[in-house]
Design a protein around this ligand. Structure first.
Ligand code: ARG
Length: 586
């Protein structure tokens, strides 16, 4: 079942081929002039150049062959040799009915399904999530949903930052407060099953300890030793570590849950630890890991690098495994446990060098094939000053606080618009939450992930313009229209397109597959966001121009109802792929 653009492209390709020209010239795109045509083909110009012929002559011959196609109302030459297509109403109606019958609303699945791990979110023990984790969560969740919807087998993994120096810092900081007994003792235990620390303790201890370690070398050394002892398996430290791990995870899950972000795996950096000793031996044996000033490194720079890439640090001079070491070991783990063929890392673009080091090491060692590892970097969310977003006081904003801020704004926006006020308070709260999440997610996902954008809650929460709340509002309008139709006993029937606004809506819906495949191939959800916005806009124009419930009950009303249902189905799929939930009413 192909979309109209593809079907026309095939017809045009055949026409070019029949004229002895390359079928590739038959590429068809949406028209630049929707007032004149639905689709266009510019191939005659390129074909003429290649054949040193007149473009209008070629276009005339191709058009002659396409003229009899019953799907076309007209096919004409414009300007120097563009071919303009206008579809027959019957062809648009047929396509609309196909979309209406299709539970996937015209979107396809991939032919070859793969096993894919999406590594995103990137939360850390003891560090509250801040706005930097927002993009990782939002984009990663959407990528996960998209890949799964296209038919791949997908695992979302939080890759919990629960290992390394930060754990040593916490252990030592807690001990210095005279707390954490009996976990600090060297023996075998047993150790209390009750956590000696709360999330508040951890959030207070970590920043202070990190700052102190920068100045105080004695403190830093003790933290390093504690890290090593933890990694070497000291029972008290391990038991304490487990408490800090669990306490953090519970708090993190709350924030992620509020954003409707859910992981299939909560594997931590620590889970890759058991693989490290053998892996280090293997890297040495292969001649890849070499000593360097007391540490162990893998040189990954290449002759043709534009910038010199530093080596991957495998073991520090104290013998501790580093961030990159756990990442390489995690690749092995994912090969073993998920048999993953593709690993996507949705992480801040500023970690590009880190991933380049890790990926090169994994490929050199034969742990992964070229192309099976991809860092989907993203830009930063900036403040009005163009720098990464900070609170007014200059600190980093906690994710939980950001969500509450957006919710507060959403409530105000709803009141302003007089929406949801007559609904029960719990439902109003749920709507405000959904509006807030849609605002945060859509404003993020409507930008190409590599671009940075400015945080502007006023604009993000508006019910007008290219925003999440605008999309929710349109979806809710459709829902309420359909509820009303049901109440009136109005039934949907076969779609018969006649009005320009109906044609436009069907053409918009027809482009769904193109948008999804582009998002999938480029690993960039903004194509879905853009499509969802177009659907909402086309619907809004349609609704203004074409009465639905008041239309002729014989054929027009059933046709329009079916078209409206189809629009809602596709819009909801798109929003679901963006991770945006829609209320029943507002
Ligand atoms: N925890 C890391 C951080 O906060 C991000 C982890 C990203 N994923 C990975 N496999 N390294 O920077």
């Amino acid at each position: 079942m192909s979309d109209l653009k593809t079907a026309l492209g095939e017809a045009a390709a055949a026409a070019f081929a029949a004229e002895g020209l390359s079928a590739e010239f038959g590429r068809v795109t949406a028209s630049d002039r929707p007032d004149l045509a639905d689709f266009q083909c510019n191939g005659a110009l390129a074909a003429a150049k290649a054949a040193k012929a007149n473009p209008r002559d070629i276009a005339t011959r191709v058009v002659e062959r396409l003229k009899t196609d019953p799907r076309l109302a007209s096919v004409e030459i414009a300007g120097p040799g563009f071919i303009n297509f206008k579809l027959a109403d019957a062809a648009l109606s047929e396509r609309a009915n196909t979309l209406a019958d299709d539970p996937r609303a015209g979107s396809e699945t991939v032919a070859a399904q793969r096993r894919v791990v999406v590594d995103y979110g990137g939360p850390n023990v003891a560090k509250p999530m801040h706005v930097g984790h927002l993009r990782a969560s939002i984009i990663g969740e959407s990528i996960k949903r998209l890949f799964r919807y296209r038919g791949d087998q997908v695992w979302g993994d939080a890759h919990f930052g629960d290992w390394g120096f930060q754990m040593g810092l916490l252990i030592v900081a807690l001990g210095d407060e005279g707390r954490g007994e009996p976990f600090m003792a060297e023996g075998e235990g047993p150790f209390p099953s009750e956590s000696p620390v709360s999330i508040e303790d951890l959030e207070r201890l970590y920043p202070a300890a990190a700052a102190r370690a920068k100045e105080d070398t004695e403190f830093r050394d003790r933290a390093r030793k504690a890290t090593m002892a933890l990694q070497a398996g000291r029972p008290g430290y391990r038991a304490l570590w487990k408490h800090m791990h669990d306490v953090s995870m519970a708090a993190l899950k709350r924030d992620f849950g509020a954003l409707d972000v859910h992981f299939d795996l909560w594997n931590g950096e620590s889970d890759a630890d058991p693989l490290i000793p053998d892996m280090v031996e293997d890297l040495k044996r292969k001649g890849l890991a070499v000593p360097d000033q007391g540490a162990l490194v893998v040189h990954v720079a290449r002759e043709d690098d534009k910038r010199k890439l530093p080596p991957l640090l495998v073991l520090s001079s104290e013998g501790s495994a580093m961030y990159g070491t756990t990442d390489v070991a995690t690749i092995l783990q994912r090969r073993r446990e998920q048999d993953a063929q593709l690993m996507l890392y949705v992480v801040d673009a500023r970690q590009a060098d880190h991933f380049e080091q890790v990926f090169r090491t994994a490929c050199l060692a034969g742990y992964a094939e070229e192309g099976s590892l991809d860092h989907l970097g993203f830009g930063t969310m900036n403040g009005a000053d163009g720098k990464p977003f900070k609170t007014r006081a200059g600190g980093v904003l906690k994710l939980g606080d950001l969500i509450e801020m957006a919710r507060e704004k959403a409530r105000a926006r709803l009141h302003e618009a007089g929406l949801g006020e007559d609904l029960p308070p719990a439902e109003f709260e749920d709507i405000a939450h959904k509006v807030a999440v849609s605002a945060l997610k859509f404003s993020d996902l409507s930008n190409y992930r590599g671009t940075s954008y400015v945080f502007d809650l006023d604009r993000f929460t508006s019910f007008e313009g290219k925003t999440g709340p605008y999309l929710l509002y349109q979806a809710v309008r459709i829902k309420s229209l359909l509820r009303k139709a049901e109440g009136e006993g109005a039934a949907a029937g076969a779609i018969a397109v006649t009005e320009p606004a109906e044609r436009d809506l069907v053409l918009t819906l027809d482009a769904f597959e193109t948008a999804l495949s582009e998002a999938y191939d480029k690993r960039a959800p903004n194509f879905i966001a853009e499509h969802a916005y177009r659907v909402a806009q086309s619907f809004s124009k349609f609704y203004a121009a074409c009465p639905v419930l008041a239309a002729g009950h014989e054929t027009t009303r059933p046709s329009r109802l079916r078209l409206v249902e189809t629009t809602l189905k596709q819009l909801l799929i798109a929003l679901e792929l963006l991770g945006i939930g829609v209320p029943e009413r507002m």
